[in-house]
Design a protein around this ligand. Structure first.
Ligand SMILES: C[S@@+](CC[C@H](N)C(=O)[O-])C[C@H]1O[C@@H](n2cnc3c(N)ncnc32)[C@H](O)[C@@H]1O
Length: 247
């Protein structure tokens, strides 16, 4: 047992409790995750993931590790753009991987995908194993995000690329205030009405608010060892992409 604490949404919890709470939350939503993602974001998450692919520019034959990959959204897009290659989807929640595998079986991509249970902070892979590491709307949920970035650096081969897609902060304070009002008042209520699940969506908005802003996270990417680290805002900073290279 540890005395160290962390955030679980607005709550302060022991560090060693958080992964179990995150797993339980995503186990509960797994079978409605894809549809809820579309409804709650009004489809915008798809545009952000395409922007991620535009910047990443997947190439034929590349080996992707998609951490916190859930139902495989990013991996499917990556393989479609690359034309050939392999994607390993790692996630803490078995139920999310089960949904992803079902999706893969309905496509011609099943042989190009591997589904692995695991934690972003302790990846079950050798050093220098992958060309590309992605984590999309995942790192916010990880107990110690810096450890996940350090692991990303370890498993990427020299010349490998990191790309993080995550909710972020709006640089304009008035707009951030308006966005907070909307997200804290509307999103959990929509979650209650559409999925009969207020708490998961309350966690979502609180975890977004607690996550470091673009510049702070950029510092963490650099601290993990990544070179040429940069970010791009999406939808005025509602989300951001961070990119870095292992050289
Ligand atoms: C919001 S979903 C994102 C899924 C997918 N990447 C996407 O963009 O649609 C967050 C995922 O992160 C996973 N997750 C949370 N903490 C994790 C950790 N420490 N290691 C690996 N996966 C984790 C959850 O199980 C969940 O599937």
């Amino acid at each position: 047992m540890t005395d160290k604490t962390t955030h679980f949404g607005a709550r302060t919890v022991r560090e060693d409790e958080k992964a179990g709470m995150v797993r339980s939350l995503f186990s509960d939503v797994a079978n409605k995750y894809d549809i809820m993602n579309d409804v709650m974001s009004m489809g915008i998450h798809r545009i952000w993931k395409e922007a991620m692919m535009d910047w990443l520019a997947p190439r034929p034959g590349q080996k992707l590790l998609d951490v916190a990959g859930g139902t495989g959204d990013v991996s499917f897009k990556f393989l479609a753009r690359a034309g050939s290659g392999h994607a390993t989807v790692l996630d803490l929640t078995e139920g999310m991987l089960v949904e992803g595998r079902k999706r893969a079986e309905a496509t011609s991509l099943a042989d190009s995908l591997t589904w692995v249970s695991g934690d972003a902070m302790a990846l079950p892979f050798e050093d220098n194993s992958f060309d590309v590491y992605t984590i999309s709307f995942g790192i916010r949920n990880v107990t110690r995000p810096q450890e996940a970035l350090n692991e990303a650096y370890r498993v990427l081969r020299p010349g490998g690329r990191l790309m993080v897609l995550e909710f972020s902060q709006l640089p304009n304070p008035a707009m951030q205030k308006a966005y907070d009002l909307y997200s804290f008042n509307v999103i959990p209520r929509m979650g209650q009405i559409i999925a009969n699940d207020y708490d998961s969506y309350q966690y979502l908005v609180e975890s977004i608010r607690n996550f470091p802003d673009q510049e702070t996270f950029l510092g963490m990417v650099r601290a993990a060892g990544f070179a040429n680290a940069k970010y791009r805002n999406l939808t005025m900073g509602v989300a951001a992409l961070h990119s870095g290279w292992k050289i």
